[in-house]
Design a protein around this ligand. Structure first.
Ligand code: SF4
Ligand code: SF4
Length: 96
C-alpha cells in the first residue's frame, strides 16, 4: 500500500494547522505528506513578535524556518503529518 492510501477524506475538508510556537522546521511533515501540502518557509517579521520568549529563541536558533501548508486544499486528512511531527505542532481542522 502506497503512503496516503489510507486517506479517508475528500481534499479540501480538513487542513493542517501549524503551531508557530512549536514548529522547529525540521521538515518531517514536508517529507511524509503524500500530497505535497507543506513547504518550509521563513516566519515573517510581523508574526514573530506575538510569540513567547522561548519560541522566539527557538525560532532564532533555527533561522526562523517553519513549515507552511501552502497546498492545504490538497489535504486528505490521513494524519501522517500529525504523527510524524516531533514537536506535536500539527493539528487537523475542518475548513468550514
Ligand atoms: S514536522 Fe512539525 S516541527 Fe517539523 S516542520 Fe513540520 S510542523 Fe514543524
Ligand atoms: S493529514 Fe497531513 S500528511 Fe495527510 S494529506 Fe493532510 S497535510 Fe498531508
Amino acid at each position: 500500500m502506497a503512503k496516503g492510501d489510507s486517506c479517508k477524506q475528500e481534499p479540501g475538508v480538513f487542513a493542517p494547522m501549524i503551531d508557530r510556537a512549536a514548529c522547529e522546521g525540521k521538515a518531517d511533515c514536508v517529507v511524509i505528506c503524500p500530497y505535497e501540502v507543506f513547504e518550509l518557509g521563513i516566519v515573517p517579521q510581523e508574526d514573530r513578535s506575538g510569540l513567547g520568549m522561548l519560541a522566539r529563541v527557538r525560532g532564532f536558533v533555527h533561522g526562523w524556518k517553519q513549515a507552511y501548508a501552502v497546498n492545504a486544499e490538497a489535504c486528505r486528512a490521513c494524519g501522517l503529518c500529525v504523527q510524524s511531527c516531533p514537536e506535536k505542532a500539527i493539528t487537523l481542522a475542518r475548513r468550514q
